[in-house]
Ligand binder design. Structure first.
Ligand code: M6R
Length: 357
């Protein structure tokens, strides 16, 4: 039930701190150590490469997951769009493990891949919000998101839950593989929860950003580098699917290779700066578009922020910033759709789960 909220999407954005707390609780033992079914970890340890298969927002969560698996667990990881993988299967490693990420667990494109890889005898794990769903029943193992039902077509809390669960899986794998890359993840996720709450409290401020940047525009760009690039892809998808504003996400450094030609006077460019290593680079990219008339909305992280930034998110662990920065983009999409009088929860042409290939 959406209760006092005007829309399911707004409720689900607001559900995120509770979902994070639930995940923290579900994935730790009595001694507050991270806990994942040992059979899942054995499968992961036994594989030489992970193939993450998903669609839409779940694909974007997979891109963040790849960073965790490679940087923490040291396991090479590929992320694939399900509908492409079926018809354009890459050369597989000797011992692949397939990870299906799906809020609904019913996405037909992903199921088509699962059917094929099972014929080849490969192992599979489904990360889903719906245990008992088709992808969950048909894969060898399941990890549950515990985000609670997601009703709005635009996925919000499932994305953050997917990233949180993938971070836990990667940290447990790192621990079991003795990688020496462990962080106090539960403590860091608790900080994330507080940071998300702070952004929720700032919703009226974010609505002002929409007034300033998106009221009349027909298009918008989202740029970032490394993880912020992936969050930009998700920000653009969210905005286009419910506000119908033409929106695209790009790697900041790639703009000058073509896309910058689209920048006109007042084109909104949402820019994320949460990663120390590329902070100066992305700010350089923002200046390049600003010099051509773009209106840059700079969303940075405390500690990396500079005077004049539009919105500063609280400081969290650098690998976990997507969990926090995306919430700003969720609100931006929500208010943009609301101000345009669109049906926020049921955008045109879209279904909650895409059960046809
Ligand atoms: O249920 P799934 O996670 O498999 O769904 C995948 C996509 O259809 C879904 O994420 C879609 O992109 C959302 N509407 C995005 O908000």
């Amino acid at each position: 039930e959406k209760g006092t909220y005007d829309h399911y999407m707004l409720k689900e954005i607001n559900d995120q701190p509770a979902a994070m707390r639930k995940i923290i609780q579900e994935y730790q033992d009595e001694d507050e150590n991270l806990k994942i079914d040992p059979e899942i970890i054995d499968q992961l340890k036994d594989s030489d490469r992970l193939y993450v298969i998903a669609a839409g927002t779940s694909y974007h969560a997979g891109l963040i997951g790849k960073e965790f698996f490679e940087k923490w667990a040291g396991v090479p990881t590929e992320v694939h769009v399900a509908s492409e993988f079926v018809y354009n299967t890459p050369l597989l490693s000797e011992k692949p493990l397939f990870i299906f990420i799906s809020q609904s667990g019913e996405t037909a494109d992903s199921r088509a891949v699962l059917v094929e890889i099972k014929k080849l005898g490969h192992k599979s794990l489904t990360v889903t919000n719906v245990p008992g769903s088709t992808l969950s029943r048909e894969a060898d193992q399941t990890l549950t998101l515990h985000a609670g039902p997601e009703i709005a077509v635009a996925s919000t809390k499932a994305y953050t839950a997917q990233i949180a669960v993938l971070s836990i899986l990667a940290q447990v794998a790192a621990r079991e593989l003795g990688k020496g890359t462990e962080i106090n993840l539960m403590q860091e996720l608790a900080k994330v929860t507080t940071a998300i709450t702070a952004i929720i409290d700032d919703a009226p401020m974010i609505e002002q950003i929409v007034n300033e940047y998106l009221e009349t525009t027909r298009n918008a760009f989202f740029i970032g580098r490394t993880m912020d690039y992936y969050v930009g892809l998700e920000g653009a998808l969210k905005l286009k699917e419910i506000s119908y504003i033409q929106a695209e996400g790009f790697a900041g450094g790639e703009l000058k290779h073509g896309t910058i030609a689209l920048i006109e006077e007042n084109t909104p460019v949402f820019t994320l700066a949460t990663q120390d290593k590329v902070n100066l680079n992305i700010r350089g990219n923002a200046q390049e578009v600003e010099a051509r008339g773009a209106k840059v909305c700079m969303v940075s992280m405390e500690g990396l922020d500079q005077e004049g930034d539009t919105y500063v998110i609280p400081r969290v662990h650098e690998m976990l910033t997507p969990l926090v920065s995306v919430v700003v983009y969720q609100f931006i999409a929500y208010y943009a759709a609301l101000h345009r009088g669109n049906d926020v929860d049921k955008p045109r042409n879209l279904a909650k789960s895409v059960t046809v290939e």
